[in-house]
Design a protein. Structure first.
Length: 359
């Protein structure tokens, strides 16, 4: 989100804003923050500079400082819709980002999450009261509502944004995210329409990778996610999307149940890796090396699993009664308990993935 240079006013603030915009375009965020600090020392009452400072501090993950800058912008221009939007983003980053969305019922987030997200939502509603056609406010409000699983409200605000700006990429991608869980084909159609207009849109390529994963097109999803990284190597979101794509399509055994670890995942990964290009295999291995090694992947643990399976099979036969039958009962109880735990874990994992995918 950027302010129009024409709205800045004083010449000094105008020049500073242009310099900051150029630095941000080059990815030199720390230098942009320094330039803004010097500009604010000269023009402390320019709300546009405080709005830019809030956005820059947010990009640096300095959320308390971003919130303070946003509040200064609102204090200087309380009737400015854009200041309210910047405040809402700062509030969301400072108070909501990093929290896990837990649920009491399938569609009811816990009241604590609702409470901490309320100030950000209120700031966006104030922005829309000041300017009902502020598409950024509609999109941010829809994004936040979608995170809270208020899907109908989110859809309405995405559609309102598209009414004022039919080519708005963020709104189109938001609707794609909204439909990803239940209608992945529709989500992919929306994403491809964005890419038809802007083939170099990194957010659209990230979303396309997610839709391809959802449609069981894992190899294509890897290619798309890696293409997004190559298009913008400094984009942390694109890098994270590629890592997530690798972990979902080629999960390490440590992320699966113990029963699946010893055979199925290993064989499936070997088959999938064989279908990838040598370059892609190298990229996948680089991502896997970054994941902490789990105790369940240690060779000694694998040997122990094999010994337990052999004991389950052989000991009841080799050990004479009455201990033999008792051992057989014990092993059967352990075996089926592990199987039940694995099944419950797999079902829970599937439900979590569905929610995380927007379903």
């Amino acid at each position: 989100m950027t302010d129009s240079v024409a709205d800045i006013g004083p010449d000094d603030a105008l020049v500073s804003s242009q310099r900051v915009s150029a630095l941000l375009d080059l990815g030199r965020t720390h230098e942009a923050a320094g330039e803004l600090s010097r500009a604010l020392a000269r023009s402390p009452d320019a709300p546009v500079l405080w709005r830019l400072m809030s956005l820059v501090r947010g990009d640096l993950n300095e959320y308390p400082e971003a919130l303070e800058a946003a509040r200064r912008a609102v204090a200087l221009s309380p009737d400015e819709s854009r200041s309210q939007v910047v405040l809402s983003v700062a509030l969301w980053n400072a108070q909501v980002v990093g929290r896990r969305l837990t649920w009491v019922f399938p569609h009811a987030p816990k009241s604590g999450v609702v409470a901490v997200s309320a100030p950000a939502l209120e700031a966006l509603r104030e922005a829309l009261r000041l300017d009902p056609h502020n598409t950024e406010a509609h999109v941010h409000l829809a994004d936040f509502l979608l995170w809270l699983n208020r899907r109908a409200e989110a859809k309405r605000h995405y559609e309102l944004a598209l009414q004022d700006d039919p080519g708005n990429q963020d709104a189109q991608l938001g609707l794609a995210r909204l439909t990803l869980g239940r209608r992945p084909a529709e989500a992919e159609r929306r994403v491809r329409s964005v890419l038809a207009e802007d083939p170099n849109s990194v957010p659209a390529m990230q979303m396309l990778a997610r839709t391809q994963l959802r449609r069981k097109q894992g190899k294509d999803a890897l290619d798309t996610a890696l293409a997004a990284v190559r298009l913008d190597p400094a984009n942390a979101g694109a890098q994270q999307q590629f890592r997530e794509t690798v972990h979902q399509y080629l999960p390490l055994p440590s992320s699966e149940t113990l029963m699946t670890d010893s055979a199925f995942v290993w064989m499936r990964n070997r088959w999938r890796l064989a279908r990838l290009s040598p370059e892609m295999r190298a990229q996948v291995r680089a991502v896997h090396r970054q994941q902490p090694r789990s105790v369940w992947r240690h060779p000694a643990i694998r040997v122990l699993i094999v010994l337990l399976v052999l004991a389950y099979t052989a000991l009841p036969i080799l050990v004479p009664p009455p201990l033999g039958p008792r051992l057989e009962v014990l092993f059967r109880v352990v075996f089926f308990a592990a199987l039940a735990i694995g099944f419950v874990a797999a079902v829970g994992r599937a439900i979590w993935k569905r929610r995380a995918g927007g379903g």
